[in-house]
Design a binder for this molecule. Structure first.
Ligand SMILES: Cc1cc2nc3c(=O)[nH]c(=O)nc-3n(C[C@H](O)[C@H](O)[C@H](O)COP(=O)(O)OP(=O)(O)OC[C@H]3O[C@@H](n4cnc5c(N)ncnc54)[C@H](O)[C@@H]3O)c2cc1C
Length: 453
């Protein structure tokens, strides 16, 4: 019997599940209400990286000045920038749609809601359609969190999605929230020449990340003239003519031409009528899943941000793939559960920060014995050649077995280099395996084999 799989949400979680399940023989329908490829993915993740890349090109001109080139001044053409971002988004949206089409997957544009555990209705432009399925995947993603004390106006008080690029380019901007998104926005606007203030609720940016890595970033921000308001909690943001005023609970305030909120996200569960399906949420409002991404209702799975695991496109896609395999093939002997602790992630600032697996601080607080080796990029020829010796590679391994447990990289291309450590962590490779790899010279990766010595 062919399994009829119905997927709600066309982001990385939904569309990856769709293509894998179709390949494995399912009859797949995917429902998307907004943009195929995913709202968080194509309206936030990708455009933010495109803006950061353009900002990076601006700051590269300064690096080139130390490489024997006359210093150039880069002018931003906002219309061109907007066109570029639109172009990338449209291309990725079309590629996703074509891939789904080519696999015979039915695409429905509309908003889905459960009627009972085996039926959804979809509100489309043409009316309402009922769809029955044997299995379902809820992959509806998340949206930026807007606190009660602030009303974004799309002009000067912004959510992240309104910044690619904003209607008026900020002369100065207050970034509220110093997690991954917050620091990326600080970097992005600072590289475009804006005066940036960052409201940091704790005493360190990027709470939970390697403090040494966070310290390198803080230092870079301070060198760029970014104002860091540590231990400050924003409690209101108001317009005052062409300015915004961010007030903090300790009395400090920031005046800027713009403010952007980067204080996390909320799951898209409203309107799904999950009660009719019997699907339970956790205490934070995300969908409860087990190690197979199954909800409490066996034939209903959840993938991506809505499942409350790591909010990363890569994790959403992997969950989608694992669900398709579990649904179509079952748990085979060689099945590997998705191990969220082994997910690599990167922060696209300058320098980039990336990590995977066990963190030094985590090992320290749990009392686990580890071996930590750290090598600065300044000791590699490649970093000097490219006039950017900032940062380091840190490898964390088991002192008894030599197995690589984690790593943290700060520097140029950290987001690419961490893949080597991610492979080592996933495949339980040893530091000796890294050391025995014949690497390219000159390359930044040489710092990894040096750290493995
Ligand atoms: C500013 C920012 C930067 C980011 N940068 C990165 C990064 O560098 N790397 C990274 O890995 N991740 C990044 N992320 C996170 C990443 O975008 C998300 O983790 C990822 O998109 C989650 O995929 P998803 O499929 O769960 O959700 P989405 O991509 O949001 O897709 C869900 C889809 O479901 C649809 N939907 C919702 N409800 C319904 C319904 N009832 N009926 C039909 N359709 C529905 C939505 O329209 C949406 O298109 C970033 C996020 C933000 C906000």
């Amino acid at each position: 019997m062919t399994i009829r799989l119905v997927i709600i949400g066309g982001g990385p979680g939904g569309n990856t599940a769709a293509t894998w399940a179709a390949r494995l023989g399912a009859e797949v329908t995917i429902i998307e209400r907004d943009i195929m490829g995913g709202a968080a993915h194509l309206l936030d993740c990708i455009p933010s990286k495109a803006m950061i890349a353009t900002g990076g090109a601006v700051s590269a001109t300064k690096r080139f000045a130390g490489m024997g080139l006359e210093q150039q001044t880069a002018e931003i053409d906002v219309d061109h920038l907007a066109e570029r971002i639109d172009g990338i988004r449209t291309r990725l949206e079309n590629t996703t749609t074509q891939l789904l089409d080519s696999q015979g997957i039915r695409i429905i544009r509309g908003e889905a809601s459960f009627v009972d555990p085996h039926t959804v209705t979809v509100r489309t432009a043409a009316g309402e359609e009922r769809i029955e399925g044997d299995a379902f995947i809820i992959a509806t993603g998340s949206r930026p969190r807007i606190p009660q004390w602030c009303t974004p106006d799309g002009e000067r008080i912004l959510i992240t999605r309104e910044c690619y690029p904003p209607k008026i380019f900020p002369k100065s901007i207050a970034v509220v929230g110093s997690g991954v998104t917050g620091v990326e926005f600080v970097h992005m606007f600072a590289s475009f020449g804006a005066k940036v203030s960052l409201i940091v609720s704790r005493q360190q940016v990027l709470p939970g990340k390697d403090p040494e890595a966070a310290a390198v970033l803080e230092e870079t921000f301070l060198n760029k003239g970014v104002e860091l308001l540590k231990g400050a909690r924003a409690e209101s943001i108001e317009r005052s003519g062409d300015e915004v005023i961010v007030k903090c609970s300790d009395g400090r305030e920031v005046r800027a031409t713009h403010a952007v909120l980067a204080i996390g996200s909320e799951p898209n569960v409203e309107g799904l009528n999950l009660e009719a399906a019997g699907v339970e949420l956790d205490s934070r409002g995300y969908i409860n899943i087990d190690q197979h991404c199954q909800t409490n209702v066996g034939h209903i799975y959840a993938a991506g941000d809505v499942s409350g695991k790591l909010p990363l496109s890569s994790v959403a896609s992997m969950q989608g793939r694992k669900i398709a395999e579990h649904l179509m093939v079952g748990t085979k002997a060689n099945h590997r559960h998705l191990d969220y602790d082994k997910a690599a992630s990167a922060i696209f600032t300058e320098p980039e920060l990336a990590d995977v697996g066990l963190a030094e601080a985590e090992a320290f607080s749990s009392g686990r014995k580890i071996r930590v080796t750290k090598v600065p990029f300044s000791s590699t020829a490649k970093a000097l050649i490219h006039n950017d010796p900032r940062g380091f590679v840190k490898l964390i391994s088991d002192p008894n077995t030599g197995v690589v447990l984690g790593g943290s990289i700060v520097g140029r291309h950290a987001g690419e280099l961490i893949s080597v450590v991610a492979l080592a962590v996933t495949a339980n490779l040893k530091v000796a395996d890294l050391l025995d790899s014949l690497l390219v010279h000159p390359s930044l990766a040489e710092a990894l084999s040096e750290a493995a010595e």
